[in-house]
Design a binder for this molecule. Structure first.
Ligand code: ADP
Ligand code: MG
Length: 648
């Protein structure tokens, strides 16, 4: 018993059976075997005799159904998955019949792969891989991909890969099976020289000539060992009785950066499919970014116009209750306007009434809205005069035949607007003197001319132009924005009292702002739900493609696990791959969104470049990646490496 306790590998009464539907296959039946450090063992037997099953158990890719497996004194059944990964990473090196190289990686990258999982720095592992390849006679093939290498060369690459983490035990399952005899010989020479350096070699073969190179031959038949003999003809270096390391200390997970590099290289291989996967997310993020910019632009536009009106203005309009606000309700009068002037907090009161008319000067004429108002109008509107004066309280009281005109009107009638003041114009067969020209205000944000005003004292207008007594509205300027809300109810109460019923409506700019904001918020919610749906669809796309990815890459995943990747490493790799996809989609979406915004802004639609929507959309897509990438990554990390590797 003493011998087996110091032994490197020791199987005691190991049985491995596979349960199928109703049937049970016993692949290994009560096998006990001890292998010392430094031995060169050939395992022989017919196909189906249990050789691969034995090999998988020895290499910790599989566990016995019953019995004990002890590595260097550690009972394997007591080890955690991380400790088993550490054993696969450091102690064992696999060489497979069909090489199992990753076709997208160069020879040197394939060799260095297991060193990624032992967190060896890139420069160091590349250097080590290169020296191993030169030692194995492949120095000049290091940068070729497996497709450009012969079978024998590929198998030597896979031996180099098995050695990169300093394996104590090489497990080779029919390594010469796919090779021509010359390459087979070369490989056996390689294994023998490794044996000479003290590496334990366990070699599966059904070829007696190959087995003769080993110093010990174990024969399997139907899952049982039927012979275990020393081969006296084999030249054998002394078997070391000292035990190996059998390192079972778990390795820390691969770094996020290493996983990122892996994600990048696998996405690059399939960039077109990656792009299609991303489409949902790209469109979603671009749509949110664009629509929010247009929505915010529209809102800012409207708010700017409201602000231009002034925040301490109140507008009294006829209508309200069950009356329609047509402006033709004959209730609002000049006396109402004068009554409002008495209310506390009121600075100015400007009544309004207008009609369309044509005014003439010589050959020129101008058709437009003629507005009757009083001396307060200029202050209510915060307008300024360019030339002349505005009409006074006295002008209003005395029915003065005077007008104040906007810049456009002055240009139209007088060709040169500096000539306007003092001239007489003709309107409805009466002459009016131009006493002032308003300072130009330019076009409004909405694009219409603001300089087409023709203002006349309301008294004069009622008498000669409008033919009707009532007002279309009254604008009140409060002493401050803070009293506007109070004033609103007082104005309403005053007029309701005077009229005996509520037949006017009073608007403050606050109420307009509120209405606009409310509409905007509804729009925002609508956009957000559209975005959420498109991101959900995008997320399902990502999940779908990642699942396909996992199925397609089973062999790669199996190989990574067999060479020492922990399930957590695989989980990390595939999670990060999904995140990268989504981050990429989010970034492309934002760029696309801004391109569309730019194009739209060239169409003279107001847009607002705000940071919030794209940032929000981006992080949403990242969360989508985290949520929808997890299931495929979990599936990948739970793959059984043996099944994954045996898939054709
Ligand atoms: P060998 O490598 O010597 O050809 P294996 O170890 O692969 O033999 O297989 C031994 C026996 O176990 C065979 O009868 C085989 O059909 C069976 N076997 C191997 N793997 C599985 C499995 N995953 N499920 C069911 N039966 C299996
Ligand atoms: Mg086999």
């Amino acid at each position: 018993m003493a011998k087996s306790e110091t032994a490197l590998l020791c199987l005691r009464n190991v049985t491995r059976s596979y349960k199928g539907e109703g049937t049970e296959v016993t692949a290994l039946d009560d096998v006990s075997v001890t292998i010392q450090k430094g031995e060169f063992v050939a395992i022989m037997g017919q196909s189906g005799s249990g050789k691969s099953t034995l090999m998988n158990i020895l290499g910790c890719l599989d566990v016995p159904s019953s019995g004990q497996y002890i590595i260097n004194g550690h009972d394997v059944s007591t080890l955690s998955p991380e400790q088993l990964s550490a054993l696969r990473l450091k102690t064992f090196g696999f060489v497979f019949q069909r090489y199992q190289l990753l076709p997208s990686l160069t020879a040197i990258e394939n060799v260095a792969l297991p060193a990624v999982y032992s967190n060896t720095p890139k420069a160091e592992r590349t250097e080590h891989a290169r020296s191993l390849l030169s030692k194995l006679g492949l120095g000049d093939r290091a940068d070729h991909r497996p497709g450009a290498l012969s079978g024998g060369q590929q198998q030597r690459v896979s031996v180099a890969r098995a050695l990169i983490n300093g394996a104590e035990v090489i497990l080779a399952d029919e390594p010469t099976g796919a090779l021509d005899s010359a390459s087979g010989e070369q490989l056996l020479d390689l294994l023998k020289s490794l044996h000479g350096e003290g590496v334990t070699i366990i070699l599966i073969t059904h070829d007696a000539a190959v087995a003769n190179h080993a110093e010990r031959q174990i024969h399997l038949l139907d899952g049982k060992i039927v012979a275990d003999s020393q081969n006296t003809s084999a030249h054998s270096p002394p078997v070391s009785k000292s035990s190996g390391h059998g390192n079972i200390d778990p390795f820390p997970s691969i770094s996020g950066f290493a996983a990122l590099i892996m994600a990048y290289s696998s996405l690059r291989l399939n960039w077109f499919r990656t792009l299609l996967t991303l489409l949902g997310i790209i469109i979603g993020v671009a749509a949110v970014t664009t629509m929010m910019a247009i929505g915010e632009g529209g809102k800012a536009d409207v708010l700017k116009r409201i602000e231009a009106i002034g925040t301490n203005l109140l507008s009294v309009r006829p209508g309200g209750g069950n009356m329609r606000n047509t402006g033709d309700i004959a209730t609002l009068t000049l006396n109402d306007a004068e009554a409002l002037r008495e209310l506390p907090g009121v600075l100015y009161v400007a009544p309004e009434r207008s009609s369309r008319n044509t005014i003439r000067f010589g050959e020129n004429n101008f058709s437009g809205r003629i507005k009757g108002t009083n001396q307060d109008y200029l202050k209510v509107k915060d307008w300024e005069m360019a030339q002349g004066v505005f009409f006074s309280e006295e002008d209003v009281a005395t029915f003065a035949p005077v007008v104040v005109i906007g810049d456009t009107v002055a240009e139209t009638l007088f060709d040169d607007n500096t000539r306007a003041v003092g001239e007489y114009i003709l309107m409805s067969n009466s002459l009016y003197q131009v006493i002032g020209v308003l300072k130009s205000k330019g076009a409004s944000a909405g694009g219409d001319d603001q300089d087409d005003e023709v203002l006349i004292p309301i008294s004069t207008g009622r008498l000669k132009v409008f033919g009707r007594d009532y007002l279309s509205g009254i604008t009140v300027k409060a002493s401050g924005a803070d009293v506007a809300a109070d004033l609103k109810s007082r104005i309403l109460a005053t007029i309701t009292q005077r009229h005996g019923k509520e037949d006017v409506m009073v608007f403050t700019t606050d109420s307009l702002v509120e209405a606009v904001t409310e509409t905007q918020n509804t729009l925002t919610w609508l956009l957000a739900s559209v975005a959420a749906i498109s991101l959900l669809v995008g997320g399902i796309g990502v999940m779908n493609i990642m699942l396909v990815n996992v199925s397609e890459r089973k062999r790669e995943i199996g190989l990574r696990m067999a060479t020492g990747a922990k399930p957590s490493d695989i989980l990390k790799q595939f999670n990060i791959e999904a995140w990268v996809v989504c981050i990429l989609g989010g970034a492309i979406g934002i760029v696309l969104g801004y391109v569309v915004i730019f194009i739209v802004s060239q169409l003279s639609i107001t847009v607002a470049y705000t940071l919030m929507p794209p940032v929000l959309a981006f992080f949403t897509s990242l969360i989508v990646g985290v949520l929808f990438g997890y299931a495929p990554a979990l599936k990948a990390s739970r793959l059984n490496p043996i099944d994954a590797l045996s898939e054709d």
